[in-house]
Design a protein around this ligand. Structure first.
Ligand code: FAD
Length: 474
């Protein structure tokens, strides 16, 4: 049977491993897996392969390794750096974790949960909730992204301020190496100094070192009471000052501090039928969330006191406190609706940057001036996880202009943003990774010793270079 470019019998062998239901080769089945969420990258592949367990994933990789066939791991395909999209050559297979979907164990006493890589993040959160525990990783794509993708990109999201990013929430990992051997590291230990912490290699590796098949995660006691407030502020300097005050006043009870510019909210308002609160018209809004564990305490009291003090000190213009769960959800929906609203408006030139919080206002002002000099129609649409120093600094066009105008200036816009961010000691990728989008920038700007160490790790784990070629730094 002739089944591929090299007639190497690969598809037939893969079929014998994953069965008919685990192998897709028809163009209409492959198409969604060959395009990234933003529609910026399109690739080609011989097949979409869906193993149902670790043994099948191992056999698939062994087959590909023997034939030097590139393997592109894919979870929910919501990544924003093009990491899960194959290149255009059509030699690769896309290995989807969609059928690796079991919650293997929940241990509320040890505060651990072990789940397979293809579980949706929302399913992991739900399994923890059903056991009376909290898995705090949370992001707007949680209904579509997978645990494996979260770990492979070291995802951040809205609760990093209090609980850390995916790396800090992971205790153990099971992964299949490029030659098909299995790294069995599913341990729930808090302390283990028996050598290098090898699981860390896979977290943030964007599928370039192996396929994560399962992970053991840290769980937490959920807060007894939670509150959400929205504050209007006049400037980014004031938002940063409010962050300092909130940290001082609330300590670990502060679980989220999310920034949104009025331009982002105006775009959202133009697209949605639900009315935004009037203070959304202030230059900046901050969504604050607090959680308390003492059943005698009220989280709303903490936010109310903070708001009163911040008003007295002139740090905020106004604040509204959600009075019900529905109101809390509405405020979060506003924050989480921003990426979708920007996509529906035709997209924009995205940057996911990290900055020292103290430098944020001046760097943004500098970038704003430089962008206006390129084209007065450019409009920065800024939102993100201010509490972690992470901004989504997206550059679109003012209402009424064609989004293509920003894309045509992408190289100039990127130069302005990244020069300013890197000069201030920031990072060009806070949580979205390198993928194919930032590969050249990473190679150009990371220090030579960092790059050579990454190349040495890649060579050690994937000497044939079959794992997700053309992605990441090495
Ligand atoms: C609306 C929206 C909001 C978002 N908000 C956030 C946010 O707040 N914070 C944040 O960090 N990200 C955010 N993202 C980005 C994205 O959702 C995350 O990066 C997510 O973790 C990717 O998971 P996924 O399953 O979709 O991975 P995919 O997109 O399928 O893959 C991403 C990368 O991981 C690799 N990969 C996937 N699964 C595996 C595996 N099992 N083993 C090895 N490698 C694998 C892929 O090869 C690729 O390089 C957002 C995306 C959208 C669309």
């Amino acid at each position: 049977m002739n089944d591929g470019p090299a007639d190497d019998g690969l598809l037939e062998r893969l079929r014998s491993v994953v069965g008919e239901e685990g192998l897709r080769t028809q163009a209409q089945d492959l198409a969604p897996a060959l395009r990234d969420w933003r529609g910026r990258f399109t690739g080609a592949a011989r097949a979409l392969v869906l193993p149902v367990d670790t043994a099948q994933a191992s056999a698939v990789l062994a087959l590909c390794h023997a034939r030097r066939i590139p393997v592109v791991p894919q979870g929910g395909n919501t990544g924003l750096a093009g990491g899960a999209t194959p290149d255009a050559q059509g030699r690769a297979i896309v290995l989807s974790t969609r059928r690796l979907r079991r919650i293997r164990a929940v241990d509320p006493h040890d505060d651990t949960l072990t789940a397979e890589a293809g579980c949706l993040l929302a399913e992991v959160q739900q399994a923890a909730r059903e056991a009376g525990r909290l898995f705090p990783l949370s992001l707007a794509a949680e209904g579509s992204c997978t645990l494996g993708g979260n770990l492979a990109t070291n995802a951040g999201g809205t609760q990093v301020l209090r609980y850390g990013n995916a790396r800090e929430l992971t205790l153990g990992i099971e992964a299949v190496l490029p030659d098909g051997s299995v790294f069995e590291g599913l341990r729930g230990l808090r302390k283990d100094n028996s050598g290098y912490d090898l699981k860390q290699l896979f977290i943030g590796s964007e599928g370039t070192l192996g396929v994560i098949t399962a992970a053991t995660l840290r769980l937490f006691t959920p807060p007894a009471d939670q509150a959400v407030a929205l504050a209007g502020v006049a400037s980014l300097e004031q938002a940063v000052a409010l962050l300092g005050q909130a940290r001082e006043r609330l300590g670990p009870a502060l679980t989220a501090f999310e920034l949104m510019s009025s331009d982002c909210l105006a775009l959202l308002a133009r697209q949605t039928s639900s009315r935004l609160p009037p203070l959304a018209a202030h230059p900046w809004c901050v969504l604050l969330e607090a959680g308390v564990h003492n059943p005698e305490a009220r989280a709303a009291d903490l936010l109310e006191q903070l708001g009163t003090e911040a008003l007295e000190r002139g740090r905020i213009l106004d604040m509204v406190l959600a009075r019900s769960l529905a109101e809390q959800e509405a405020l979060w929906a506003m924050r989480e609706g921003i990426p979708g609203a920007q996509a529906r408006a035709g997209g924009n030139v995205k940057h996911d940057v990290s900055l020292p919080v103290t430098a944020m206002a001046s760097v943004l002002a500098r970038i704003g001036t430089a962008l206006r000099a390129i084209d007065p129609c450019l409009q920065p649409l800024v939102f993100g996880h201010l509490g972690d120093g992470n901004l989504h600094l997206n550059v679109g066009v003012v209402p009424g202009q064609d989004a293509a105008r920003a894309f045509a200036l992408e190289a100039q816009i990127n130069a302005v943003v990244f020069d300013a961010v890197l000069a201030s000691g920031g990072s060009f990728s806070a949580e979205h990774g390198v993928g194919q989008l930032r590969r050249e920038l990473a190679r150009r700007t990371l220090p030579p010793v960092h790059r050579s160490l990454m190349a040495a790790v890649k060579q050690a784990l994937d000497p044939l270079g079959i794992m997700n070629p053309g992605k990441g730094v090495a």
